[in-house]
Design a protein around this ligand. Structure first.
Ligand code: HEC
Length: 243
């Protein structure tokens, strides 16, 4: 132990002695970059406080730009939702499956008038069989009229309440609009379809609003809205030949 102490004492004494003899070294100048670092303006305290709010700002920003959940409204929006229940048989794009092909104008050939399609979707195939109707839709359909139960012998299930279906009247209209204008190929801006679209399927459709409010149904709608620019034809809730 005492040996250690002695050794330390001698080694520290030597440089001390050397310092006394040697001339004092010139004062060391800081290099330019150190001077710059020492003299530059520091970030003020309030700036740090502001920066620390960045994550909160980022969170609020993401909240603002993320899409809001919207309640479906209007025939086309309602129809897009309802169609999920039809897609299992008719295909997501209307390409067909257990149910008939709807896309590429096919459903428009069967039903040149929306009223006849509303009637058929409301009742389904069975009431047409019971009423001894040979066809549903256009009897002069291009490439052949459609007889009930003529597609692999399968029937179209009733959708309207009167026949035990699960859709309200305005939902039937919504899904029919979706099948004609989103899937079937009808162009709402074309001369051929603009009138029908305005009356039945546009966001401003008074008929859709009245069906939704329950002030009309498919037996009374044609009479109630006969003053429209493109007046509706009769729909009805019993199986009937296309008019
Ligand atoms: C269980 C399967 C099935 C479901 C679900 C189904 N369909 Fe059908 N659909 C059929 C079959 C089968 C036919 C052919 C009917 C026939 O031959 O009598 C058909 C025919 C149709 C037609 C006539 C097409 C044409 O050109 O002849 C329309 C329109 C239609 N369905 C709309 C709908 C809508 C709207 C829904 C959903 C609300 C729906 N379908 C759900 C099986 C189904």
């Amino acid at each position: 132990m005492s040996k250690e102490v002695a050794k330390t004492a001698t080694s520290s004494a030597a440089p001390a002695l050397a310092a006394e003899i040697a001339p004092p070294p010139p004062p060391r100048r800081d290099p330019a970059y150190v001077v710059a670092a020492k003299t530059r303006k520091k970030i003020p305290f309030w700036a740090m406080a502001t920066l620390s709010l960045l994550p909160i700002w980022a969170f609020l920003y993401l909240l603002a730009v993320s899409p809001q959940e919207r309640e479906a409204s209007g025939p086309m929006a309602v129809g897009a939702e309802v169609y999920g229940a039809c897609a299992s048989c008719h295909g997501a794009a209307g390409q067909g499956g257990a149910g008939r092909v709807l896309h590429e104008g096919e459903v428009l050939k069967t039903f040149p008038h929306i009223e006849d399609m509303l009637n058929f979707v409301y009742t389904g195939s069975q009431p047409f069989v019971s009423a001894n109707l040979a066809v549903y839709g256009d009897a002069n359909r291009e490439s052949g009229a459609h007889a009930p139960l003529s597609y692999n012998g399968n029937g179209m299930p009733a959708q309207g309440e009167k026949w035990g279906g699960g859709l309200t009247d305005y939902e039937v209209l919504g899904v029919v609009c979706h099948e004609r204008y989103a899937i079937g190929g009808a162009d709402p801006k074309s001369e051929q379809w603009a009138g029908e679209y305005a009356t039945w399927c546009s966001p401003e459709s008074e008929i859709f609003a009245a069906l939704e409010a329950g002030t009309v149904d498919y037996d009374t709608v044609a009479d109630t809205f006969k003053m429209l620019e493109t007046p509706p034809r009769m729909v009805g809730t019993e199986a009937r030949a296309a008019k």
